[in-house]
Design a protein around this ligand. Structure first.
Ligand code: ATP
Ligand code: ZN
Length: 733
């Protein structure tokens, strides 16, 4: 089944996802790219090494799925079409394992061991194994046979790929290994040939296992939501599989159980531990009307909730899907490693040939010099394997993204993570970022002959159409005072200023003093009243007449000042506060949290401008906002970070980074986490290269050993992977 790419302007292009069995290393990505990307009619190739998938966009006039599968086969791999159901995520699929290769590995190891024992017994000690290059070891036909069996068991997985690489005229590591093994056999070094085959296969298997481990950690996130839930039916309470539960069903959750689906509490109160999604350490009190999310843990109260959506559409599900997409966006450091491997492998092959030919030419060709330097060339081939380099970076990034998600920070790809690590300036929005974003009305003043009741009815009526925090504040206030919102029509939001609408044929507006001024009203008195306070004034008016003023105040988050201090401590040069709110309010907040600069009364377009200016002065800029009237500015920053994204679908989908909770202190944590990831990647690359350099030097001076070389290569591969997987265990605070 292929689906037409809908967002593509020309409808001719189709796309298909192929599961490629052999695709587990950047090496295969290269093979597929080289073999396919340039073909006419292939529009776009995307790779997901973690899942072994390739996404192909192709011209339906030239290609079809069958031809694509054949093309993949001609490159020495086997593929299968993936049919995605809407809610299927990678996390739900079993992680692939190449069990055949693992079994072959075990057998090859067993034959190797027996051969070694026999050879040692026959020649009176292990020392005989390590002499090389003379081709006349005391070795019996039996142990040669056992070595050869061991070699062929392993080589069966390497040689076919090597052959393809020869046919493509592009050296890959399978070719390096195959040549080294055959070379060692030619020299009569059966033990070493078998050792190289075995250890190379072992490292490939272990690499694949570690990638699987990093991926599984995201599966564990999915498994947070229980598979069955207790549903209220007419007959009583029934246990039902969560995929069969429908929108609107009522579910019961006992104390200590996990919430099975998303919904709204209808009965009972309880504190719910939302850490699995938000990373918040403190449980959140929930009462009827409050939202609950699949995967979170019910505290000590029993609750009933009404299901909203299905098991495929939960917040948890969406998070997992987004992380999954994040895995596929390649980070700059991954691209760098790819580029590196592209010239590194052929260069090492040339170097190996040079080592085989040049020294004997200088010192004079003889059987001895030829075999010695041929052997040294083989050692070079073995250490040339770029696998440690190639695999460690994606494992680091996947682990880092997973760890962040577990701490309630959704990072949409390696690029965002690397950028945030290098950020030089941070722009903070005020409402909802530094403050709680839940202002409350503290007083109402009416002018002229309008009653307070009528003013509140009008204000609430027009705000019924808005999602701005001020609207919520006014609606709450009116509800508390038993007011009834008027019916409004033709409501129009005026971004960064306010809102207007009609009721009973009359037009009213509500908003900032700027809006009031623009309507021709005189706001001098209102301005004076709030001049040196942290209070916001919102004006209700008709034409150029002011009818009432509402005073609102928002609470500073307790952790805001500490978070800003942490940013400074991390070396962020400039932390700026940019807000649409009034000067007096913004100034007070700015002084309390200790930002380097602040700007008030900024319209959405001014906010973009401010971000652009900072990008010019400081290169990499992160902007944190709540998504209300600052969406475009978030998009203009190098990294846009949405706060409190749990309640806002658009924020989760569009921001580069979504902080699921309202905790601003997650921002410095994320910067530190990003830096740690980059540091680890660099450490890994350095370690892998250092080992190689050491062995290259040892070999050049004629002081090296085949099986030591492969042991070092395998060791360093495993060490860098283990190092990368450490990121999985990262916790906040
Ligand atoms: N729906 C609305 N109802 C009433 N006033 C509004 C509304 N929308 C905007 N305003 C007015 O416009 C001003 C600016 O709004 P904007 O959303 O840009 O910033 P803010 O939420 O006050 O602060 P920040 O930019 O820090 O989030 C508000 O302070 C308020 O006076
Ligand atoms: Zn390798």
């Amino acid at each position: 089944m292929t689906h037409q790419a809908q967002d593509d302007s020309s409808a001719r292009f189709s796309s298909v996802i192929l599961q490629v069995a052999e695709l587990d290393c950047a090496e295969e990505v290269r093979i597929l790219k080289d073999g396919l990307a340039e073909k006419p009619g292939i529009e776009k190739l995307d790779f997901d090494v973690m899942r072994g998938r390739m996404d192909v966009q192709y011209d339906a006039e030239h290609w079809n799925v069958k031809r694509l599968l054949e093309a993949v086969r001609s490159l020495g791999m086997t593929a299968q079409e993936v049919i995605e159901t809407p809610q299927a995520t990678a996390a739900e699929e079993p992680v692939r394992h190449n069990y055949k290769r693992e079994r072959a590995l075990v057998r090859s190891g067993a034959f190797l061991l027996v051969a070694v024992v026999i050879q040692a017994w026959e020649s009176g000690g292990l020392a005989a194994l390590f002499g090389h290059g003379d081709g006349v070891h005391s070795i019996s036909v039996l142990s040669i046979l056992l070595y050869l069996i061991s070699i062929s068991l392993g080589l069966r997985w390497i040689a076919p790929k090597a052959l393809k690489s020869v046919l493509r005229f592009s050296a890959d590591m399978n070719l390096l290994m195959t040549v080294a093994v055959i070379g060692a056999i030619v020299l009569g070094d059966f033990f070493e040939a078998a050792m190289v085959t075995f250890l190379f296969t072992l490292s490939e298997v272990l690499e694949q296992r570690s990638v699987a481990k990093a991926r599984r950690s995201i599966q564990s996130l999915m498994s947070l939501a229980p598979d069955v839930a207790r549903v209220k039916t007419e007959e009583g309470i029934e246990e039902v599989a969560t995929d069969e539960i429908e929108n609107g069903n009522i579910c019961l959750v006992r104390p200590g159980e996990r919430i099975p689906l998303d919904g709204t509490v209808v009965q009972g109160v309880s504190a719910i531990d939302q850490a699995p999604i938000t990373g918040e350490s403190v449980p959140v009190e929930k009462e009827p009307g409050d939202p609950v999310y699949a995967g979170t843990i019910n505290g000590s109260g029993s609750i009933e909730f009404r299901v909203e959506g299905t098991s495929g559409s939960t917040l948890l599900n969406r998070i997992v899907r987004l992380i999954d997409q994040a895995y596929q966006r390649r980070a700059p450091s991954e691209q760098w490693v790819d580029q590196f491997a592209r010239w590194y492998t052929p260069t090492m092959m040339l170097l190996a040939v040079a080592v085989m030919v040049i020294p004997p030419t200088i010192i004079g060709w003889s059987v001895e010099s030829a075999t010695t330097w041929f052997y040294n060339g083989l050692v070079l081939l073995v250490i040339a394997c770029p696998c440690a380099l190639v695999i460690s970076t994606p494992v680091s990034i996947v682990s880092a993204l997973t760890a962040a998600a577990r701490n309630g920070v959704l990072v949409k790809g390696g690029l965002s993570l690397e950028t945030i690590a290098k950020v030089k300036a941070v722009v903070l929005d005020k409402t909802g970022t530094l403050t709680t974003g839940m202002p409350s009305v503290i007083s109402v003043q009416c002018l002229g002959d309008i009653t307070e009741e009528r003013a509140l009815a009008l204000a609430a009526g027009v705000q019924n159409h808005s999602t701005h925090p001020i609207a919520k504040a006014i609606l709450n206030y009116v509800e508390q005072h038993q007011g009834i919102p008027a019916e409004f029509a033709q409501v129009e939001e005026i971004p960064g200023r306010g809102i207007s609408g009609q009721t009973d044929g009359q037009t009213f507006w509500l908003g900032s003093t700027r809006l009031a001024t623009e309507q021709g009203a005189d706001v001098a008195g209102i301005e004076a009243a709030v001049a040196n306070t942290g209070v916001n004034a919102v004006v209700l008016g008709q034409g150029n007449q002011i009818l009432a003023t509402l005073h609102l105040q928002d609470q500073l988050r307790e952790t805001a000042a500490h978070a800003v201090a942490s940013l400074h401590r991390l070396g962020v040069a400039q932390v700026e506060l940019i807000s649409g709110d009034r000067t007096n309010v913004v100034q007070q907040v700015a002084e309390e949290v200790g930002v380097d600069a602040w700007k008030a009364e900024q319209l959405p377009e001014d906010k973009i401008e401010a971000v652009t200016r900072l990008r010019h002065d400081h290169k990499l800029v992160a902007m944190v906002g709540d998504g209300i009237n600052d969406g475009p500015a978030l998009a203009a920053a190098d990294v846009g970070i949405a706060m409190g994204a749990m309640g806002s679908d658009t924020a989760i989908e569009t921001a580069d980074v979504a902080l699921m909770s309202d905790e601003i202190e997650k921002l410095p944590w994320l910067i530190a986490h990003g830096r740690k990831t980059l540091r680890l990647i660099r450490q890994n690359i350095f370690a892998a290269l250092a080992i190689k350099v050491i062995f290259i030097v040892l070999t050049m001076v004629g002081f090296s050993n085949l099986w030591l070389a492969i042991l070092a290569d395998t060791g360093v591969s495993l060490a860098v992977i283990a190092n990368s997987l450490r990121l999985l265990r990262t916790k906040t605070s």
